[in-house]
Design a protein around this ligand. Structure first.
Ligand SMILES: [Zn+2]
Length: 233
C-alpha cells in the first residue's frame, strides 16, 4: 500500500481494502483516508504493461485471473503471476472459464468458483478475493454463498460507482462516486468500470502514451477523491 500524502489517498489491493472488515477493526480506526484499488480482470497478457507502470509508481494492483486461461501468448503465465505476487501485487480469482454465474447450474458454479481457487492456490498463489465475471452474481444469494463457501473474503462487482457509460452521462446512473471504506458488503464491492478500462488496451509500442494516460487518470482521481468524505459523499 502506498500513501499519496498530498492527497490523503491510499492505493491498496483488494485484500488490504477488506482487511479492516476481517479484523473487525473499530470504525474510528478506518475511513481516515480515501482508498483506491486498481483492479485488472481476465489476466490478459497485455496487463504485464500495467504491472510495469504500477511498479514504476511504487503501487500495487489486484489482478483477477481465470484458472483455465493461463500462459502465453494470450494470458499472463504462472511464473509471471508468481513474480507479480512477490512484488506485492495481488492475484485474485475470476472463475475457471469466465461464465455468467447466474446462467449456469449450481454445480457448475461451485466448480467454476471453487476449482478455480483450488487450482490457483495449488500453483502457489494466495487467492483470497474474487471478481464476478461480467459482474453477475453479486446480488444472487446462491452465488454469493458459493463464493464465500469456497474461501473468498471479498467479491467485486463490475460496476456500481458513478458511471460514464453513454446512457449514464448526465446522471451517473445514480451511483455514488465511491463505496464505503471498508465496503459495507464485502461480497458486492462496487467499482467504476468505465473510467480506466481503455488505458491498458493500447499497442505496447505506445507504452509512453499509456503511462501518460495513467498519470493523467491518477491525477484526476486524486483531485476528485481528495475533496470527498471517506464514504464518497
Ligand atoms: Zn472478466
Amino acid at each position: 500500500m502506498r500513501k499519496l500524502l498530498s492527497f490523503g489517498v491510499v492505493v491498496a489491493t483488494a485484500a488490504a481494502l477488506v482487511a479492516p472488515v476481517l479484523q473487525a477493526a473499530p470504525a474510528a480506526a478506518t475511513g481516515t483516508n480515501t482508498t483506491v484499488v486498481l483492479t485488472f480482470d481476465d489476466g490478459v497478457a497485455s496487463q504485464s504493461i500495467a504491472r510495469t507502470v504500477l511498479n514504476s509508481h511504487g503501487m500495487h494492483g489486484t489482478f483477477y485471473v481465470n484458472g483455465s486461461h493461463l500462459g502465453p501468448p494470450n494470458y499472463l503465465g504462472v511464473p509471471e503471476l508468481l513474480a507479480m505476487q512477490s512484488e506485492g501485487h495481488e492475484i485474485g480469482g475470476h472463475t475457471l472459464s469466465h461464465p455468467n454465474l447466474t446462467s449456469i447450474p449450481r454445480d457448475q458454479v461451485v466448480n467454476e468458483v471453487c476449482q478455480d481457487r483450488t487450482t490457483l492456490v495449488g500453483l502457489g498463489l494466495q487467492i483470497t478475493d474474487f471478481a464476478y465475471p461480467y459482474g453477475s452474481g453479486f446480488n444472487d444469494d446462491a452465488v454469493r454463498q458459493i463464493v464465500q463457501g469456497c474461501g473468498y473474503n471479498s467479491a467485486r462487482r463490475a460496476n456500481g460507482l458513478f458511471s460514464t457509460a453513454p446512457e449514464c452521462l448526465n446522471t451517473g446512473c445514480n451511483f455514488p462516486y465511491a463505496d464505503t471504506n471498508p465496503p459495507t458488503d464485502p461480497y458486492a464491492v462496487r467499482t467504476d468500470f468505465a473510467r480506466l478500462r481503455r488505458l491498458f488496451s493500447y499497442c505496447p509500442r505506445l507504452r509512453w502514451r499509456i503511462s501518460s494516460s495513467f498519470n493523467a487518470a491518477m491525477r484526476y482521481w486524486m483531485r476528485k477523491l481528495a475533496g470527498m468524505a471517506p464514504d464518497g459523499s
